[in-house]
Design a protein around this ligand. Structure first.
Ligand code: F6R
Length: 615
């Protein structure tokens, strides 16, 4: 939520900061602002709405200067107006602050500062930071920031500049992400990696309670007592080109099409077909540790939670270990019973989702933690005992696509690894399961080759007001995911439901205006999968007899299914546990094309942001 970018160095800071904000706009797009220091004076431009409004303002009221910072906002406290847009100033316009997060005690602080004579001009919580720094400033900005931190409660990251202690940007992290980079006389601060990639891939991930002083001659790191710390930079393998649209109209479409490669990269080197074995050597658990887990609890939010739910079916069926799945945002507010020898698995694309990190911190003393994440150096990796990276590359579209399918691939590898260690599958079964995995990228390509068919289907469905997505077994989480994609991208109301539950209430919704999407692909070699399929066929008949519009996803050449449906989308069959990865791709495309036809903002759906660092 909210993107911060700061620059100090020899270049014109305005295009550098605006470029940084452009790559961070997926984090928030309610309003934006920039502050530039010129001749010991701070100049600020801010506007409500998307970054292009700020660009237009800068075209009519240009800025130039020596260094500065910018912000793109996802509103929490205060409406998304120009006055509430960051950066925010102190009483005299000598200090500016750009902030991501929430200052929980801001009302008490505001009251006290007002009594002391400070003048507030906005509704935001951020403004108290500027006034506190003003209050504590005695000629050294970082010292004033360190004193300010002692007053603040909440989770936040901020950067600030003061013209009375110039030539530095001070950056702080307390819960929310902030990274810093330095190259040859230049310093950068950003909320996320893609914004930094054009300049450096050597990145310092600020830790909680750390204060960075970014100057032309390098970076100094302090703790909250003002003592120096040694900075540790990490190398990021992502290429700057990976964070660009590469000829696609939207990041989301590019990311949908990247899925064959993302899956290939995620499984690469993590198994051997010759030895029929899974190698999760990058996970810091020995085989004895893996074997010691008697049950598993998976925690995540949103799309990652849908992956968790599918992971439950995989691990329970293949490795015969009990698995519970919780929303990270709910887990914290109940009093769960944790059994001994529990492995906690966290799934988070960004590695920064506040609810997920908070749950992760809460269980640290109750069992080992493993995180599945896409972002090297993110907070989840620092709180976990072990990390399994999805190697999806940067995901910029707000709606998650390739992160989801690579999370499923990781969960499948974990399930097989546990099955191998607990001997719940035979060697030939593991070999078959791994062979199926290697065939997946080609099968995804085949689905993508038929994207035009999904686009054609979207033409007849995009005007509908409600959708149902129905499935059974491991396909149910994909029904939930298909509904979520449609909701968030096209603003059409959609629900995912277990197909067998329809008769217990939702059947009442069916009429000639309700499209019902059925997930009916099955594993031709599994009786259980075929039985599930037959039950879904019956459910299709039930909906058809009540005039619902049927869109069915099923195996290539399934004439029973195609004849029962109004629209039919084919996927190549594979085993039951990998079918979700194939089924979700047409659903991503369906949501994408419906949203395009409805004129929605694909990469930045309304009211959302990519990295959810507030509760
Ligand atoms: C939906 C989506 C969100 C995220 C959720 C968790 O398309 O992307 O539901 O899945 O906000 O984010 P991460 O995985 O970064 O923890």
């Amino acid at each position: 939520m909210c993107g911060i970018f700061g620059y100090i160095g020899p270049r014109d800071p305005v295009p550098v900061i605006m470029g940084g904000l452009k790559s961070l706009e997926y984090r928030g797009y309610d309003s934006a602002g920039i502050a530039i220091v010129h001749d010991q004076k701070l100049q600020v431009r801010r506007s409500s709405g998307k970054l292009k409004n700020l660009e237009e303002l800068l075209a009519s009221e240009p800025l130039s200067g020596e260094f500065g910072l910018g912000h793109t906002r996802w509103a929490t406290h205060g409406r998304p107006t120009e006055e509430n847009a960051h950066p925010h100033r102190d009483c005299h316009g000598r200090i500016v602050v750009a902030h991501n997060g929430i200052i929980e005690n801001y009302l008490a602080l505001k009251r006290k500062l007002s009594e002391e004579g400070h003048k507030f001009t906005t509704e935001t919580d951020t403004e108290v930071i500027a006034h506190l720094i003003e209050k504590h400033f005695d000629g050294n900005l970082e010292n004033a920031v360190v004193k300010t931190l002692a007053d603040l409660k909440g989770l936040y990251a901020f950067t600030c500049i003061c013209v009375d202690d110039p030539q530095k940007i001070v950056a702080v992290r307390e819960g929310n992400p902030l990274i810093v980079g330095a190259v040859d006389g230049e310093g950068f601060v950003a909320s996320d990696i893609p914004a930094m990639l054009p300049y450096t891939r050597s990145i310092l991930f600020l830790d909680d309670h750390e204060v960075a002083v970014v100057a032309r001659n390098g970076i100094r790191l302090l703790d909250t007592a003002g003592n120096s710390r040694q900075p540790h930079f990490q190398h990021i393998a992502w290429d700057p080109i990976m964070a660009e649209k590469g000829g696609y109209k939207h990041f989301m479409l590019k990311e949908i099409y990247e899925q064959p490669v993302a899956i290939e990269n995620t499984i690469l080197g993590r198994f051997s077909l010759d030895a029929n074995t899974v190698h999760l050597e990058d996970v810091a658990f020995t085989d004895d540790i893996w074997r010691s887990f008697k049950n598993i609890r998976i925690l995540a939010c949103g799309t990652s939670w849908h992956a968790a739910l599918a992971g439950k079916y995989m691990i329970e069926s293949l490795a015969r270990l009990p698995v519970e799945v919780d929303y990270a945002s709910e887990y914290r507010y109940r009093n769960p019973v944790v059994l001994p020898e529990t492995l906690f698995i966290f799934i988070t694309q960004s590695g920064e989702t506040l609810d997920t990190i908070a749950a992760q911190r809460q269980v640290r003393d109750q069992g080992k933690t493993l995180t599945i994440t896409n972002v090297v150096g993110s907070m989840t990796t620092r709180v976990a005992d072990a990390v399994l990276y999805t190697r999806a590359g940067p995901e910029i579209g707000v709606a998650s696509t390739k992160a989801f399918t690579t999370q499923l691939a990781c969960l499948y590898l974990i399930a097989l690894h546990l099955a191998e260690l607990h001997k719940t599958l035979t060697e030939p079964q593991i070999r078959k399961a791994l062979t199926d995995l290697t065939e997946l990228p080609n099968k995804i390509e085949r689905i993508l080759d038929r994207a035009k068919h999904v686009e054609d289907i979207s033409k007849s469905l995009f005007r509908q007001h409600d959708f149902l997505f129905l499935a059974r077994g491991i396909h149910f989480p994909i029904a939930l995911e298909g509904a979520l994609k449609l909701k968030e991208l096209s603003y059409i109301h959609a629900e995912g439901y277990p197909a067998g539950e329809m008769k217990h209430g939702p059947n009442a919704l069916i009429d000639e205006n309700l499209p019902v999407v059925f997930l009916a692909a099955y594993d031709r070699e599994s009786d259980a999968s075929h039985q599930r399929y037959e039950k879904v066929l019956n459910n299709i008949k039930e909906v058809k007899s009540r005039d619902g519009i049927i869109l069915a996803l099923g195996n290539e050449g399934d004439s029973d299914l195609s004849e029962s449906a109004d629209h039919f989308i084919e996927v190549s069959p594979t085993n039951e546990f990998l079918l979700p990865i194939l089924e979700v791709i047409p659903l991503q495309l369906l949501a994408y094309y419906c949203a395009v036809r409805r004129g929605c903002d694909i990469d930045q759906p309304r009211n959302l942001a990519k990295s959810v660092t507030v509760e």
